[in-house]
Design a protein around this ligand. Structure first.
Ligand code: DAH
Length: 341
C-alpha cells in the first residue's frame, strides 16, 4: 500500500527532526490532527471497495498505533535528555567527603546551662523544668507582686487570649516547685523568659535565666554566699570573690544584687568589668515569708534563699558576645565559635 508506506516515511523523517516538546506536538498535529496526513488517508476509505477497504483499514490502523507508540517513546526520550542536561549543569556535590566543619555544635546557652546544671547537681540541687506559658498568678501574685504593683511595669510581657502569659522570669516557677516538694528543698530551674522590650544590644524579647531555691531550717545569707561563690568559682574555673549590695525585689527580703570579682582581670579592671573590677551577675535574696506561705511552707519554721541568674548575660560574658540578639539569631559562624572553648 503505497499511501501507507509514504506516510510512514514522511513521519520517520519528521520525527528525526524533533528536538523539543513543541516540535513533537507539531508533528502530532501534522499526522493525527483534523487535517493531518493520517486523518486524510482515512478519509479515502469511504470511496474504496469492500475488499480494498478491509486491507487499507487494517494497514492504516496499524500505522496509527505505531505512530502513537513512536510519539510516546520520543516524549520519554526528550524528558530523559532534559533531566540529563539539568544534571550536567548542577554543581557537583560529593556527599561522601568527610567534613569536620559541618558537624554542628551545641548552642552557647545550652553549653553554659549544662555546665551550671552539673555544678548544682554536684551540690545536691535537683533540676526542674518549667513552662513557657504561665498563669498571671504564678508569674506575679505567687511571688508577692500583687495586681497594680509598680514592679509589674518593668516586666511587661505577651498575654494570651485566655489571660495566661509568656513568663517574664523563672521566678514564676517558684510556687509550683514549693507545692511539688514542700520543705526542705534545693532546686534549680533554668528556662526561657519573655518580655515586651524595645530591642537593642542588651535587651531581647526572649532570653534565658536560671532560678535557684534552697529552703530548709536555719538557712541564712551565709548559705547563699557560700553556694554562689562555689558555683561561680567552678563556672569560671578560678577562685572569685562575691559581694552583696542591697537590691529590691518583691519576692525576697532582704534582696541583693550579687557581684562577682571580675574573673578576667582578677579585679584589676578591664573591658568586661568596665574597669570596675566587679561584675553584677545575680539578683538574689532571702525568700519573702509571703512567698513561702503561698507555696504552702510555714515561714516560722523554714527559711530559704533564691536567686535568678541571668543565663543569657553569663553566656555573653563567657564568650565575649556584645549583642544579646546573636543568641536567638541564626548566624552559625557566631554561634558555633563556642566549639573552640
Ligand atoms: N526574677 C527577677 C528578675 O527577673 C530576678 C530575681 C531576683 C530572682 C531576686 C530571684 C531573686 O530569685 O531572689 O528580674
Amino acid at each position: 500500500m503505497k499511501e501507507i508506506d509514504e506516510i510512514q516515511k514522511l513521519f520517520n523523517t519528521a520525527l528525526d527532526k524533533v528536538d523539543t516538546n513543541d516540535d513533537l506536538n507539531e508533528v502530532r498535529t501534522a499526522f493525527l490532527g483534523k487535517t493531518g496526513h493520517l486523518t486524510n488517508a482515512m478519509k479515502l476509505l469511504k470511496d474504496m471497495t469492500a475488499e480494498a477497504k478491509k486491507e487499507f483499514g487494517v494497514g492504516i490502523n496499524n500505522l496509527k498505533t505505531k505512530i502513537l507508540d513512536m510519539i510516546e517513546s520520543k516524549k520519554s526520550e526528550l524528558e530523559l535528555a532534559k533531566i540529563n542536561r539539568e544534571l550536567k549543569n548542577m554543581p557537583r556535590v560529593d556527599l561522601t567527603v568527610p567534613c569536620d566543619e559541618c558537624t554542628g555544635s551545641l548552642h552557647p546557652v545550652t553549653i553554659i546551662q549544662d555546665r551550671l546544671i552539673q555544678i548544682f547537681r554536684s551540690m545536691g540541687f535537683t533540676v526542674e523544668d518549667g513552662c513557657e506559658i504561665e498563669t498571671e498568678y504564678n508569674n506575679f501574685e505567687a511571688v508577692n507582686v500583687p495586681k497594680n504593683h509598680p514592679a509589674r511595669d518593668m516586666q511587661d510581657t505577651f498575654y494570651l487570649d485566655n489571660g495566661e502569659l509568656l513568663k517574664t522570669h523563672t521566678s514564676a516557677i517558684q510556687n509550683k516547685i514549693m507545692r511539688k516538694y514542700g520543705a526542705p528543698l534545693k532546686a534549680i530551674f533554668p528556662g526561657r523568659c519573655f518580655r515586651n522590650e524595645e530591642l537593642d544590644a542588651s535587651h531581647e524579647n526572649t532570653f534565658f535565666q536560671m532560678e535557684g531555691m534552697m529552703i530548709d531550717k536555719n538557712v541564712s545569707i551565709s548559705n547563699l554566699i557560700y553556694f554562689m561563690k562555689t558555683m561561680l568559682t567552678q563556672v569560671f574555673g578560678k577562685e572569685v570573690d562575691v559581694r552583696l549590695r542591697p537590691g529590691f525585689f518583691p519576692f525576697v527580703e532582704p534582696g541583693f544584687e550579687l557581684d562577682c570579682s571580675c574573673p578576667y582581670c582578677g579585679g584589676k579592671g578591664c573591658r568586661v568589668c568596665k574597669n570596675g573590677g566587679w561584675i553584677e551577675l545575680c539578683p538574689c535574696g532571702m525568700i519573702h515569708p509571703n512567698v513561702l506561705r503561698m507555696g504552702g511552707i510555714d515561714p516560722d519554721e523554714y527559711q530559704g534563699f533564691a536567686f535568678g541568674l541571668g543565663l543569657s548575660r553569663l553566656v555573653m560574658m563567657t564568650y565575649g558576645f556584645n549583642d544579646i540578639r546573636y543568641l536567638n539569631g541564626k548566624d552559625l559562624k557566631i554561634l558555633s565559635q563556642t566549639r573552640l572553648k
